[in-house]
Design a binder for this molecule. Structure first.
Ligand SMILES: *[C@@H]1O[C@H](CO)[C@@H](O)[C@H](O)[C@H]1NC(C)=O
Ligand SMILES: *[C@@H]1O[C@H](CO)[C@@H](O)[C@H](O)[C@H]1NC(C)=O
Ligand SMILES: *[C@@H]1O[C@H](CO)[C@@H](O)[C@H](O)[C@H]1NC(C)=O
Ligand SMILES: [Zn+2]
Length: 614
């Protein structure tokens, strides 16, 4: 414990503070005394929610996963980011705080109350809950048991998207073989089998995660993250070795150079491709001329944002942007997973400031994704795999540094504590920040420095995950479906429904395209359009398409553009193009097959006919 304390003291004494300057004053906040300020703010939020586009089909889905980004970590990160902008901070909004829909995700898994990232990733990417530590396998399998894995593999959203002809990409600030990204592609009973070196002799029949990524998942177009050492065999020199990294514990023993294997496969198939291992190489990649991109920026996890060597590693926002620019060249759209992987690791060390800096970096990535896409065709989901035992404690004054000591009206709060010592606003339920009895005296300690270890109630070398619900923030087509409290495995089903892939691919279950709001109707005041609509209606009357001529979707106008009727909806803009040629055949053949498929969503302004609304 003495050694631990020494390390803790070293870390906060030596590492610099990340805090921004210019303190806000009460005068800047005089408007908060005016009731009208709060009325206007509420009205603005209400109007924005009413306007939120939530219909239509998601051509693209981008999932941002803050590893370990529980609600308290979001709140802390928001305040910290706001304070870096010179604000009090509490009123600041992260990019996803502006998303119109939020729900809660219940994160427990089949055998644990509090989940790890592997079981959790399998839930939010593959649609099933499973056991702690397993990836892409159902709960018939057992952790660490290779022979029980066979036949228990499940298909995940990455494959649903590929099958639908979409492009896919994975970005993480952790090792690209770490639990969250691995859940998207790997099937293994043990998340720690990232390299073949780590698989025990008796279980060697199972392939390691890095092998599965390169040899069994060749159609992932963008792979960006850390973990380079698991791709190179022993004896092959790393291009930028970190002298403190124990390569002998990580390099491959099977002699495979997976980077070379990756290049070879792309070359053989005639794809333009780039492998990069530092920021310079990454920045030089032209997304318009690159079919495949593999970036491995560290032998281990990528660095914490607060400590990032900016010539060595790109920020998560740049990785997300490059990925989107490559993937969006596919006219069928894409699925992209972006993980802020180190929020979790910082919390495990009770390093709240570092965790908040990671949240701030992911915030910039979400902002960039929002700017590069449109709510009309891109569903963006921001969520976490699990929480952490981070608390925001006390009654500090507005604007008090979130990682500082609790200060009320200019006085360090000691009256409230029974031991008359100051305390930090951020405290953890357990972890390395436990400092024995009596509790350490924090007077004159700068607790806001990057690697400061916050107090914890129970001594543990690594802080644990938290078991309470985490939030799901969503914007874009069908994002309202996340509203409410849901099991974590519900998330990929909504993403699939919104983009008509996987279980909701064409000809299987109805997806976003086929939605009909039954209570709205349109009356056609033009006789030609009315008779046309009646023909369509009778042809498909037994079907989900048009139960009667009059029932359509919140339309404000219909235009006749042979061979289609286009119905224009307001205000959320969902338009149905009804292909008459196909529909004409409805009456004569198997209705359910034909009547469902001709529906295509498109957007068109009304021109020829203007029916009156009911
Ligand atoms: C794996 O499961 C099989 C069948 O239940 C069992 O015989 C074997 O001992 C297990 N192996 C391990 C490593 O637990
Ligand atoms: C950043 O990384 C580069 C490449 O590894 C290295 O040459 C440089 O010394 C590093 N800078 C710092 C400040 O560590
Ligand atoms: C904590 O330390 C300060 C000086 O650094 C001292 O004035 C104060 O009495 C100490 N409090 C306790 C309870 O020991
Ligand atoms: Zn963790």
């Amino acid at each position: 414990m003495a050694l631990l304390l020494a390390v803790v003291m070293y870390v906060w004494l030596v590492l610099p503070s990340l805090h921004a300057a210019s303190a806000p004053t009460a005068d800047n906040y005089a408007h908060e005394k005016d009731p009208n300020f709060w009325y206007d703010l509420a009205e603005k939020e209400l109007q924005a929610t009413l306007r939120a586009k939530q219909q239509g089909v998601a051509k693209n889905v981008i999932m941002f996963l803050g590893d370990g980004m529980g609600v308290s970590t979001v709140t802390g990160g928001r305040i910290w980011a706001g304070q870096r902008l010179g604000l009090y901070g509490e009123e600041h909004l992260l990019s996803w705080d502006k998303f119109p829909f939020v729900g809660l995700s219940k994160t427990y898994n089949v055998d644990r109350q509090t989940t790890d990232s592997a079981a959790s990733g399998t839930a939010f990417l593959c649609g099933i809950k499973t056991r702690q530590g397993m990836l892409g396998l159902n709960a018939h399998a057992m952790r660490g048991n290779c022979s029980k894995a066979d036949g228990n593999e499940v298909e995940c959203i990455l494959n649903w998207a590929l099958t639908a002809g979409k492009s896919v990409g994975l970005v993480s600030t952790a090792r690209i073989t770490h639990a969250t990204p691995a859940a998207a592609y790997a099937k293994t009973p043990e998340r720690n089998w990232e390299t073949d070196r780590d698989i025990p002799e008796s279980e060697k029949k199972c392939k390691d995660v890095a092998y599965q990524l390169i040899m069994q998942n060749p159609r992932i177009q963008v792979l960006l993250g850390g973990g380079r050492s698991f791709f190179l065999p022993e004896g092959v020199a790393d291009p930028d070795p970190d002298p403190s990294f124990a390569i002998d514990d990580a390099s491959r023993t099977d002699g495979l150079n997976l980077v070379e294997e990756w290049k070879k496969e792309k070359r053989n198939n005639g794809f333009t491709h780039s492998y990069v291992y530092n920021r310079d190489g990454f920045d030089r990649v032209n997304p318009d001329e690159t079919d495949y991109l593999l970036g491995l920026f560290n032998q281990e996890h990528m660095q914490y944002e607060a400590e990032r060597n900016k010539t060595k590693e790109p920020p998560i926002a740049d990785m997300a942007a490059k990925a989107i620019r490559i993937l969006r060249r596919n006219p069928n759209g894409y699925f992209l997973l972006v993980e802020g992987g180190r929020i979790d690791h910082a919390n495990h060390k009770n390093h709240a400031t570092k965790a908040f800096a990671e949240v701030e970096a992911m915030d910039r990535a979400v902002q960039v994704a929002k700017e590069l896409t449109s709510d009309r065709d891109t569903l963006i989901v921001v969520t976490a795999d699990h929480s952490h035992v981070l608390g925001i404690a006390g009654y500090a004054s507005r604007g008090n540094p979130i990682t500082g000591l609790s200060v009320v009206d200019g006085e360090i709060e000691i009256e409230r504590t029974d031991d008359n010592k100051p305390y930090t606003t951020i405290v953890y339920g357990n972890g390395p920040g436990w400092t024995a009895d009596p509790r350490r005296n924090l007077t004159k300690v700068d607790t806001t420095v990057v690697a400061y270890t916050m107090d914890a109630a129970v001594p543990m070398s690594s802080e644990t995950h938290g078991g309470e619900d985490v939030a799901i923030y969503a914007t874009g087509p069908q994002s309202f479906l996340f509203t409410g409290t849901h099991e974590q495995n519900y998330i990929p089903f909504v993403m699939a429904y919104a983009s008509c892939i996987g279980p909701y691919a064409k000809e299987k279950l109805a997806c976003a395209k086929y939605e009909i709001k039954e209570k709205t109707r349109v009356a056609f005041n033009d006789p030609d359009a009315a008779s046309l609509a009646r023909r369509i209606g009778s042809a498909c009357s037994s079907n989900i398409v048009l139960p009667s001529v009059e029932i359509l979707v919140v339309p404000i106008a219909v235009t006749l553009v042979l061979p289609s009727v286009e119905v224009f909806m307001a205000p959320a803009a969902e338009v149905w193009t009804i292909n008459l040629k196909t529909l004409a055949a409805c009456g004569q053949s198997k209705r359910s097959e034909i009547c469902r498929s001709p529906f295509v969503v498109s957007l068109n302004l009304p021109q020829k006919l203007s029916p009156s609304l009911r």
